[in-house]
Ligand binder design. Structure first.
Ligand code: M6R
Length: 611
């Protein structure tokens, strides 16, 4: 949500900033801007809309300097417009700032600064920072930023520059991600909100923690606490390379990432299943067997797609281990009383590892004495760092706003944990545990086979192109598939879609079914199969079209559905990994027929770092 890129060094500064912004565009894309230090002055260029608009403005009119800051915005305070775009200058344009996060007391600060004579030009909370730093600036930017931030409540990743100190950029972090890229070439350094902005230039980084400040110069980087104490940071090696974050010949990142799922699933399994006995080596898990035996309840902490991966895990853990699991979206969970205590394990699931609601709920869980296990894709992210134990999914960079490969890899990570928990608590026999793990090991190949349905699914999308309203139904293991399928098509095709537990149909939603409605449903073999068929009959009796995702050996299903998308058979608790794939493909092809901006759907951002 919003992206920051800053550079100091000998390259073409504007090009470096634009390149960084392009790689961050998935985080927010309603306006963008750069500020460059040129001959003792700050030159500011901003524009409404995507980075391409900004690049067009800069074409033939490029400020040339050796340091600059840049931003791509997802509006929170004030609508998308040039005046609300970052960077924001102070009154005289001597200072400029870019900021991610929310300044909670900005109205109070703004009133005070206006009373002191500062003139504001935007409706943003960020502009307050520019004026605060101006107020305290006496030739020392580091001091001004430190002093100004003392008055600020809220979350920030901020980078500031001054025309009087062109060789310095000052950055600070409080609850919004910030990373320093250490130049591999001598004489340059970078600051960004996200590693993908800098991986084209360097893979050596400092991960900045809450309460830290960075003084970035071409020839060195100093990290201090907000109170000025020097901090020695370990160098962190970013494993992703620039190519992994390219489209690689695909029309959209989303479809590339859908097809990467077999590989992503293999990466999630990695070398975690060992030997003939199929021992589980969950390095970093950080939760002792004794603790796992004492756990009385698990609470999944997640938002959106990640919460639906949590639902798949809920079904598996309750069935295999007999441990109660609750799943509620983190924005609600963080305000619910009595969810956590010392016998509750919180499992935080987050692709980006920076989702504000997830982090807030995690902090609440910690305060109430729970331990936390993080399942995330983002190495060194806040979710990873604020947890007691970790399971990285290693799915590789996910750029499309719609989550795809992270979803299936998150489910897989939950399944690995489920088997481990079942073994530790002796809730599964060694034979059943091995059977589940054999099934898990087959999932990447089965995902490959599921992807062979892509052309068939594309044809179905075309056939049903006129449908404007969808219901997604699921039961048991596939309640999550219904929720996730509906979210995908809403998010990228902008079509009306609701996900329901199929058993709820008679309690209301059945009234929505007409000939203009299509129903997508995952109906795989398992204890609820017959009931799920019953639900399909109810839909068809009322004229609704049924598209069923069903096991490839299912000979009955054709009688209950207008169209069938076959998926390979696997254990019921593992099957959400496979059923998720046709849901993604169907949403993708429908959205593409509607010519939607699939990778950057309107109003959305990849990583939601504000509550
Ligand atoms: O980065 P996270 O996994 O924490 O993100 C959670 C949700 O914001 C995310 O899954 C969102 O729902 C996706 N855009 C859905 O495709």
């Amino acid at each position: 949500m919003c992206g920051i890129m800053a550079y100091i060094g000998g390259r073409d500064t504007v090009e470096v900033l634009l390149e960084g912004l392009r790689r961050l565009e998935y985080r927010g894309y309603d306006s963008a801007g750069v500020a460059v230090s040129v001959d003792g002055k700050i030159e500011l260029v901003r524009s409404k809309g995507k980075i391409a608009n900004l690049a067009a403005l800069l074409e033939g009119n490029k400020p040339e300097g050796r340091s600059g800051i840049a931003h791509t915005r997802w509006a929170t305070h004030g609508p998308p417009s040039t005046k609300n775009a970052h960077p924001h200058p102070d009154c005289e344009g001597h200072l400029a700032v870019v900021h991610n996060g929310i300044i909670e007391n900005y109205l109070e600060l703004r009133e005070q600064l206006e009373a002191e004579g500062h003139t504001f030009r935007s409706e943003t909370d960020t502009e307050t920072l520019a004026h605060l730093f101006e107020k305290y600036y006496d030739g020392d930017l580091e001091k001004a930023v430190r002093r100004g931030l003392k008055e600020v409540k809220g979350s920030y990743a901020v980078v500031a520059m001054s025309d009087r100190e062109p060789g310095l950029l000052v950055a600070a972090r409080q609850y919004s991600p910030l990373i320093v890229g250490l130049g591999e070439k001598k004489g340059e350094n970078f600051v960004a909100s996200d590693p993908s902005a800098i991986i084209a230039y360097t893979r050596q980084a400092y991960l900045i923690d809450n309460g830290e400040m960075v003084m970035l110069r071409a020839d060195g980087v100093q990290v201090k606490t907000l109170s000025g104490k020097p901090v020695k940071k370990p160098v962190f090696h970013i494993e992703w390379d620039a190519e992994m974050a390219e489209k690689g010949g695909h029309k959209h990142f989303m479809i590339k990432e859908i097809f990467e799922q077999p590989h992503a699933l293999r990466q999630t399994i990695g070398d975690r299943i060992v030997g003939r006995e199929m021992a589980l080596k969950l390095e970093g898990l950080g939760l002792s067997d004794g603790y796992l035996r004492r756990v009385k309840k698990i609470a999944v902490i997640a938002c959106g797609t990640a919460s639906y991966a949590g639902m798949a895990g809920q079904y598996a853990i309750e069935k295999v281990c007999g441990v109660p699991v609750i799943v509620d979206v983190a924005s609600e969970l963080q305000h619910r009383e009595c969810v956590f205590d010392k016998n509750t394990l919180g499992i935080a699931i987050s692709q980006s590892g920076e989702t504000a609601d997830t982090l807030q709920a995690m902090r609440m869980a910690h305060r109430q004495g729970a331990k936390l296990l993080a399942i995330t894709n983002a190495i060194g992210s806040s979710v990873a760092r604020e947890s007691d134990g970790l399971l990285y999914i290693h799915a590789g960079p996910e750029i499309g706003v719609a989550s795809t490969k992270a979803y299936t890899s998150q489910i897989l990570a939950m399944l690995l944990f489920c088997v481990h928990l079942g073994r530790v608590r002796e809730a599964v026999t060694p034979r059943v545990a091995r059977r589940l793990l054999r099934g898990i090991k087959q999932l990447p190949d089965l995902a490959e086979r599921t992807l062979e349905q892509a052309d068939h699914i594309k044809k179905l999308a075309k056939k049903h192109q006129h449908i404007m309203r969808y219901l997604y139904l699921g039961r048991g293991a596939h309640y999550c598939s219904a929720m996730e399928g509906a979210l995908k098509i809403k998010e990228i095709a902008y079509l009306d879609a609701e996900g329901y537990a199929a058993g709820e149909m008679k309690h209301g939603p059945l009234a929505l079914v007409t000939e203009e409605v299509a129903v997508l449903s995952a109906v795989v073999e398992g204890p609820q199969y017959e009931k799920a068929l019953g639900n399909l009959q109810e839909i068809r009796a009322r004229g609704g079209k049924v598209i069923a995702v069903a096991n490839e050996n299912d000979e009955e299903i054709a009688k209950y559905a207008d169209d069938v998308i076959p998926i390979p058979k696997t254990e019921e608790v593992l099957s959400p990994v496979l059923a998720g794939i046709p849901m993604q493909l169907y949403a993708y092809y429908v959205a593409d027929l509607w010519n939607r901006e699939i990778d950057q759907p309107r109003n959305l951002a990849k990583s939601v770092t504000v509550e």
